[in-house]
Ligand binder design. Structure first.
Ligand code: NAD
Length: 457
């Protein structure tokens, strides 16, 4: 019998948009999303989502009141559902064995136990969270503990990128569906294929063994993070050799074997996934005795840490080795443009390093100020926040571009410079602004991956 009632557990950056797009694309299905966080549930249900994501409001509004609803009553929602997607958080463990590396699966396991307690009959459970390879096996054992096989566990990792989540969900590069290689596992996979096939071309839906599916997600994020570290490593060499990273990246990216995307040098990767997933991979390798493979992937994260520390240190050294009492405007706090998410944002380390040097920090961001305040709550008396970048720069000795928001590229920097202290510095951590133009306006410009343009020797 075809599935009609779907439940998504976890209404975060993945669960909310994923289920909203599914509801929009499958008007004949009834889709519910459940979360233990009642405030989040209320926000989603009111049509004002708790996260910023371009295009999300519209998709959400279309579904609400039609075939999409949000609830914090998990038992009732589980009783109604035939297929359950689980998109709960799987952060890096901060305690015990594997601390700082392994994935913390406590929310996943708690969810599996809640499902087992309340599901009245056979169910398909879809693992959407990013998890270590072989997690589905553990979940299968927890769900089917009593000997009777009631649950089929599928792996269906999510590849959306924040900032483009709606487009990524509507037109995914691929959808992975991993299942047990048994008739029941394959039947469950076929049910999920039928759902995606309503809007995703069939050739982009890949069915595979469950372990391949789980590992493909970690591998994809590790490859992406590795590209960021690779281009940033080349950027460092550019800064001291006279080469320009934009020119090098273009030349490298035109090789069809490499491709042009994800070759922008910057302040290093952030966000809730890359560090977590690469470290998870490192842990898996190390745990399996694959020391060299673990070291290889670990270097991707270690380089990123170094690169961010180097960026902050460069600000101190360019500004005559002291920041004490100097006002510095941080342009952007989100981990990238078009999101309000600040989890593991490079801005956190940079802000902390500058405050440590006793700079007076002013942070501006069009979407992330609330999260920024929360991230830096312990420094509340030493940081100002404003949603007006011109106000942030007034009286400042330096602007530091940390997030590549388009709005920052459209400001009148001539007028901004007139309100700043001299010499005025511009540290462009995203190469967002035209360095030559900024230099000719009067800024001392320090881009990523090309030599600084300074008005003094
Ligand atoms: N954020 C991304 O860009 C992204 C992309 C692809 C995959 N992922 C993966 O998807 C998963 C979710 O990520 P996210 O960014 O949406 O996390 P999130 O923290 O934004 O959302 C997780 C939600 O799960 C809820 N939750 C936790 N335990 C629960 C329980 N027992 N019952 C019901 N709800 C519970 C939390 O309250 C929270 O609202 C992670 O595994 C992540 O690695 C994230």
């Amino acid at each position: 019998m075809a599935v009609r009632n779907i439940l998504g557990i976890g209404a975060g950056y993945v669960g909310g948009p994923t289920m909203a797009v599914m509801a929009a694309r499958c008007p004949d299905l009834r889709i519910e999303v459940a979360d233990i966080d009642e405030e989040r549930v209320r926000a989603w249900q009111s049509g004002r989502p708790p996260i910023y994501e371009p295009g999300l409001d519209e998709v959400l509004r279309r579904g609400l009141g039609r075939n999409l609803s949000f609830t914090s009553d998990l038992p009732a929602a589980i009783r109604r559902a035939e297929m359950i997607f689980v998109s709960v958080n799987t952060p890096t463990k901060v305690f015990g064995q594997g601390m700082g590396m392994a994935a913390d699966l406590q929310h996943w396991e708690a969810t599996a136990r809640t499902i087992r307690a309340h599901a009245p009959g056979p169910r398909i459970v879809v693992e959407k969270s990013t998890v270590p390879v072989r997690t589905a096996e553990a979940m299968d054992q927890i769900l089917n503990e009593e000997g009777t096989r009631r649950f089929e566990v599928l792996s269906n990792p999510e590849f959306l990128a924040e900032g483009t989540a709606i487009r990524d969900l509507e037109e995914p590069d691929r959808v992975l569906i991993g299942s047990a290689e048994t008739p029941a596992g394959q039947a469950a996979a076929a049910e999920l294929v039928d759902i995606y096939a309503r809007w995703v071309p069939r050739e982009r839906i890949l069915t595979m063994n469950v372990w391949s599916s789980e590992l493909s997600k970690l591998a994809a994020n590790a490859f992406l993070a590795q590209r960021v570290s690779s281009i940033n490593a080349i950027a460092e060499l550019c800064e001291i050799s006279g080469a320009r990273i934009g020119e090098v990246a273009r030349a490298v990216g035109m090789d069809r074997r490499i491709g042009p995307r994800f070759l922008e040098a910057g302040v290093g990767f952030g966000g809730s996934c890359f560090r977590k997933d690469v470290l998870n991979l490192v842990y898996l390798c190390r745990h399996s005795g694959l020391t060299e493979a673990a070291d290889y992937w670990h270097s991707v994260v270690r380089f990123n840490d170094h690169h961010q520390a180097r960026f902050a240190a460069g600000i101190v050294s360019q500004m005559f080795n002291t920041l004490v009492g100097k006002r510095i405007a941080l342009f952007g706090f989100a981990f990238k443009a078009d999101t309000g998410d600040t989890r593991d944002s490079p801005a956190i380390r940079i802000a902390r390093a500058l405050v440590e040097e006793r700079a007076r920090l002013v942070i501006t961001d069009p979407q992330a100020l609330e999260n920024a305040r929360r991230e830096l709550a312990d420094l509340a008396d030493r940081i100002e926040f404003t949603d007006d970048p011109c106000e942030a720069a007034r009286g400042a000795h330096a602007i530091v571009v940390v997030t590549g928001w388009r709005q920052f590229a459209e400001l009148d920097y001539g007028r901004i410079l007139a309100t700043m202290e001299r010499p005025a510095f511009l540290f462009d951590g995203r190469n967002l602004l035209d360095a030559e133009r900024m230099f000719s306006l009067g800024f001392n410009v320090v881009p990523i991956g090309s030599p600084p343009r300074l008005h003094f020797e």
